[in-house]
Design a protein around this ligand. Structure first.
Ligand code: BDR
Ligand code: CA
Length: 312
């Protein structure tokens, strides 16, 4: 079977970095390109971080593009309080030597989808949906060519992590999220409801460190850094590896379970801006537009992740 072609759209972020490593370690996936977006930290840092991660995986051949530097209609909100000043705080990191591509990330997404047969390319957004929605607005002909979007974003039972009612990726660019959720493309969503179950524990982090490799050490040191925030905030044992859930789903969908439901994005209210309103109990007639995940096999998830990081 040939590898599944994906574009990773991302705002690294330690958990984004682990997701990129997981994808690059997996022969089932062909990463056509990585498009950076402003999110956890501003764009000059997210595109730089994406290049550092590709090099860490020994894959400087993967093209990295800079996309949008601000949300469609709002000022950028960042998350240095979670990810540190660079977005990848924790270990000492080298400067990247691979070049940034000249083409804009949005143009890369448009061109790649136009050149591919319908249903050949899956989009994997791990940050605010600005690049994807901008591509859909600029080139509506590509929408029907997307095989599927598997994204990290939103929350229902877990409500919010950046406001009481909104998850960060959706909150940063709710107008972009609305475009994507209304696009008609098959959507698989990894909300906080599931990613908060992908929790690091001491043995799980030590398993990465014990690999004795540079990528293993980086993953351990990133999660060490990242988890201080969640431990304080939620009193949880470790840190949720949000974004790797997207890639793990592509590799083994059986690790996840959820419901096909209607999900709409709040773009008007100040109080609940960016809320992902999931009709989990099917109490409306609104048509289902997303597979909204709710649970995962955490042991299976970490076993997969550790086995793949060991290959790098
Ligand atoms: C999401 O926000 C970012 O901080 C993480 O990288 C993840 O994509 C979780 O809400
Ligand atoms: Ca992210």
């Amino acid at each position: 079977m040939s590898a599944r072609k994906i574009i990773i759209d991302t705002d690294p972020g330690q958990d984004d970095a682990v997701a990129i490593l997981l994808a690059l370690a997996s022969p089932e996936l062909e990463v056509l390109g990585v498009t950076a977006v402003a999110g956890n930290v501003p764009l000059p840092l997210t595109e730089r971080n994406a290049r550092i991660v590709c090099e860490l995986a020994g894959r400087p051949d993967v093209p990295v593009f800079a996309g949008c530097d601000a949300p469609m209609r709002r000022k950028l909100v960042t998350a240095e309080h979670v990810h540190g000043k660079t977005g990848l705080d924790g270990p000492q990191l080298p400067d990247p030597s691979m070049p940034l591509q000249e083409q804009h990330g949005v143009e890369f997404i448009i061109e790649t989808l136009r050149d591919a047969p319908s249903g050949a390319v899956t989009l994997c957004p791990l940050g605010p949906l600005t690049n994807i929605a901008t591509a859909f607005m600029r080139a509506p002909d590509i929408i029907e060519k997307v095989a599927e979007i598997v994204l990290m974003g939103g929350a229902y039972f877990e409500v919010g992590n950046i406001t009481p009612s909104a998850e960060f990726n959706i909150y940063v660019d709710p107008e972009a999220a609305e475009i994507v959720f209304k696009s008609g493309v098959p959507l698989t969503v990894m909300p906080l409801d599931v990613t908060h179950k992908a929790l690091t524990t001491r043995p799980r982090v030590e398993a990465f460190r014990d690999l004795g490799t540079e990528p293993g050490r980086m993953v351990a040191e990133w999660t060490d850094f990242f988890e201080r925030f969640d431990k304080e905030k939620y009193g949880s044992e470790g840190a949720p590896l949000h974004d790797p859930c997207v890639i793990a789903y592509l590799l083994n969908p059986g690790l996840f379970s959820g419901r096909k439901v209607n999900v709409e994005i709040e773009t008007g209210s100040n109080l609940t801006l960016g809320m992902s309103v999931a009709d989990w109990w099917h109490v409306t007639d609104r048509p289902a537009n997303a597979m909204f995940m709710g649970d995962l096999d955490a042991e299976g998830f970490f076993a997969l992740l550790t086995e793949r990081i060991a290959r790098l």
